[in-house]
Design a protein. Sequence first.
Length: 308
Amino acid sequence: MGFSEIIKHLPFYLKVLKVTIENIISRKPDKIILIDYPGFNLRLAKKCSHLSIPISYFILPQLWAWKESRIKFFQKYIDQSLCIFPFEQRWFEKRGVATNYVGHPFTEDLQPKLSKTDFYQKHGISKEKNFLTLIPGSRQQEVDKMWPVYYRSAIKIQERNDIEIVVARGGGVVLPRAPGCHIEENDTYAAMTYATAAITTSGTASLECAVLDTPQVVCYKMSKVSGLIAKLMNRAPFISMPNLIAEKQVVSEFVQKEVNATNITKAILPLLSDSVERKKMLQDFEQIRRSLGLPGVYERAAKSIIVR
């Protein structure tokens, strides 16, 4: 979400914060469990600090990318920190915050609902054909920014490669006309899993593709103002989760002006064949999956919170 969008929704967030604090005071819980969503949860933790209720935080904010100053909230107000990325434990503990790595939720089940045969039949794709999946984002503002260049890239790629185009559309987003594309909104994991490659918007989907073994190119584009602010504040060396977890470039990344059909096409084409680039990416994906730990993440997190 861009900075302007955050400001627009601020009154609603403040109202929810007030109601949540009132409920905590009246109900007097034994523990407060915060999950993700730092803009809200860190303020909530500070507001509740005088209540002497233990606070656990699961799925930590990406302070290693930006807003490192928020580490003081963990040092002062959070009693237990549970992270989902292996490198986060080192990062937080280096700054004096005891952290337990419990593994990543994506080690659970990301299986598609449809079989490959059923998916191909649903979209009328010949079983001999490969397809490229476009993942323009889960928010409308992302789709509005990413879709035009993704579609131009797909058409350009089709001119060089006999391939079908599938669009994984998130729920609640409106997609412009997409002539020649197959739209999938009910089983996006199938659109990822069976794809030869994907053009992915940075975020959760980039890690889902890595876990599902789908080679990809990752892009992100914001408004000029939001992009400038992000560039000044972002401390992370990469924008995509596969690269951050591997601590090296595994997938090609394009940001802001770099997000164009020429760059995307050049990066995607080798991934559509049995190339060295494709084989190396799949090898790196295997290492990423191993680093995410074993299934049972939620059980480990719950047990850690209970015995605390």
